[in-house]
Design a protein around this ligand. Structure first.
Ligand SMILES: [Fe+2]
Length: 589
């Protein structure tokens, strides 16, 4: 019942075991009413053992006596870091050539540190040439009289897999002296001549036998939290080529020329607000079989939309395109990145929503923003709504190969849209700078973007041209800041609105952020000042007519974005942001 990162150790062990997906049923068998209640209260299955038992295996035997089961795996309650691979290994021996000789299977892991080898809390095991156990002990076995002898020490891990019959047999065997002396239950099976097959698993877990182990486990769990993408510290590619300046768009033709492959077209995905903008279309300078596709940014991009565009391109051209050029706001840029990825990867875009799922390098892709704030031009993700989730394709192949930042392209954006999208950037900064994932890298970008936003949205002295250039750079820096930290509450809740009501990202963020003064007081105060300064109306009451089902889905989608909540509220976020609390917030909007 000791606390491990906000949950009792036993609850963590139960969840870890269930999450492996290897079992038809997972139960906690206990003689403690407190543990029983804790598991039931959290929706798990628990069984109270009736009789008094000397060890866990006997307790399990009693529990399964009348159950229709084939193989029973005993995971010790103090193994919260139980991994799927370890359990898979222990189960796999029942498919091996010597399966019928095996009464039970267990796991061992290599050990090298003499301090650990001589520690009586660590149970050592020695095996024969086929990995059947010879003996278990708290003493170092074998004893290394010859210090140079090449001997591999193994530590026993407290995971057992029994055939049901073997389990019941052992239940009826009385404890003998060696087991009593060492207090290691599997010695009983050896004392009665049973065969224990050991599988090797070198995935490092932490068993919790002592208070020091618990401290160590809490530390590991905390470190794990920051591992949301590939490793402890993020190692991301950046956009390798960027051009900035008013009129830099005219350099596009010369930028693309060396990338043009014979007969392979460039595909332009362009926001359909430019459909009648002949000047812009002429400046694109289309050649040969280049193709121009106008796309509506009315709705957020969907995985199905990506799949259709890819299918059409593949159907129309024999050769894979020379590149994809996205010209528009965040939606068009995200769509372009996704299309470039899906032209070289099989299946549907929905299969790649998540972290590092993309296998093949995308085709050459260029991003040209015409409205600033989302950071899509610099990000490693492409946010898409799929049949099951709203989530990005976050991968090393997602970022653009080339970005063209021409502030003049952002001229003529309607005020509301300019504000909503600009606020996306402002909110990126607030959420990053107030988050628990913040580091100097994120902070340096976030602070710069934050200052630029204040200048752009609250100063009277900027010309429109200056303001456009500054917002373009704020968007870039805001995007860089969140790449190395994370966004927070407004984004999590805005994703919920987007999924259920189709609310666009920028305006959704504004609707939510307007009511988050409890969490981001200074940021929300500034936001309201900016809103008043530009006479912007934010829609109200958009959640008042939701059905119960819609509200449930919205809450589910928002809460599923765990890293965002962890960043905003810390490890304890689930206690702070309950479903009721979240519902109240949505209803205020
Ligand atoms: Fe955003």
């Amino acid at each position: 019942m000791q606390d491990l990162g906000g949950k009792p150790v036993i609850q963590r062990t139960y969840e870890a075991t269930q999450e492996t997906g290897l079992f038809d049923e997972v139960y906690v068998v206990t003689d403690s009413k407190i543990i029983f209640k804790e598991i039931e209260l959290n929706g798990g299955k628990a069984i109270m053992s009736i009789k008094e038992h000397d060890c866990g295996t006997d307790r399990i035997a009693e529990a399964v006596e009348n159950m229709d089961v084939d193989i029973v795996v005993n995971v010790q309650g103090d193994e919260p870091f139980t991994s799927k691979s370890g359990l898979e290994q222990v189960l796999s021996v029942f498919n091996g050539p010597d399966a019928d000789k095996i009464d039970l299977a267990s796991l061992m892991t290599e050990m090298y540190d003499w301090k650990e080898i001589s520690d009586p809390n660590a149970v050592k095991v020695i095996v024969d040439k086929d990995n059947f156990a010879l003996y278990f002990s708290r003493s170092p076995i074998p004893y290394p009289r010859d210090k140079n002898a090449a001997v591999q020490y193994y530590k026993h891990k407290g995971i057992y897999a029994f055939r049901k019959q073997a389990l019941l047999d052992f239940y009826n065997l009385p404890m003998r002296s060696m087991e009593a002396a060492e207090k290691i239950e599997c010695i009983r099976y050896l004392e009665y001549g049973k065969n224990i097959k050991m599988a090797i698993s070198n995935t490092q877990g932490i068993e919790i036998d002592t208070p020091e182990d618990l401290v160590r486990a809490n530390k590991v769990l905390k470190e794990d939290k920051t591992i949301t993408v590939n490793n402890k510290y993020r190692n991301f590619p950046m956009v390798p080529k960027v051009i900035f300046g008013r009129g830099s768009f005219d350099q596009l033709t010369s930028i693309l020329a060396p990338k043009r492959k014979d007969k392979a077209p460039f595909i332009y995905l362009v926001d359909d607000v430019f459909k009648n903008d002949e000047d812009l279309i002429n400046r694109m300078n289309l050649r040969f079989n280049d193709k121009l596709i106008f796309v509506s940014a009315e709705e957020e991009p969907k995985t199905q939309q990506v799949d259709t565009i890819v299918k059409n391109i593949k159907g129309e051209f024999t050769y894979s395109p020379s590149g994809i050029i996205g010209i528009g706001g965040g939606s068009i840029l995200d769509l372009s990145k996704a299309v470039a990825i899906m032209l070289t990867n099989k299946g549907s875009a929905s299969e790649y929503q998540g972290w590092d799922l993309v296998k093949n390098k995308a085709i050459y892709h260029v991003g040209i923003p015409t409205i600033s704030g989302t950071g899509a031009e610099v990000s490693r993700t492409t946010v898409l709504t799929g049949p099951e989730k709203k989530l990005g394709i976050n991968s090393d192949f997602t970022p653009f190969d080339q970005v063209v930042l021409d502030p003049d392209l952002a001229a003529g954006v309607p005020t509301n849209q300019w504000f909503y999208t600009g606020m996306d950037c402002f909110i990126h900064c607030v959420e990053s700078l107030n988050g628990t994932f913040l580091n100097e890298f994120s902070k340096s970008y976030g602070e710069k973007a934050f200052d630029l936003c204040k200048e752009i949205f609250l100063s009277k002295h900027l010309t429109e041209e200056e303001s456009r250039g500054k917002l373009m750079m704020a968007s870039w820096h805001g995007g860089m800041s969140i790449a190395y930290s994370q966004v927070g509450i407004a984004h999590a809740m805005s994703y919920g609105l987007g999924y259920v009501l189709g609310t666009k990202h920028g305006i959704g963020n504004c609707i939510v952020f307007n009511h988050l003064d409890e969490y981001y007081p200074e940021g929300v105060r500034l936001f309201k000042e900016m809103k008043a300064f530009h006479n912007i109306e934010i829609p109200e009451g958009i959640c008042s007519k939701l059905t119960d089902n819609q509200m449930t889905t919205m809450i589910d989608i928002a809460l599923s974005l765990v890293p965002l909540w962890e960043n905003a509220l810390g490890d304890d976020w689930e206690r702070i942001m309950t479903r009721d609390k979240l519902r109240d917030l949505y209803l205020k909007m």
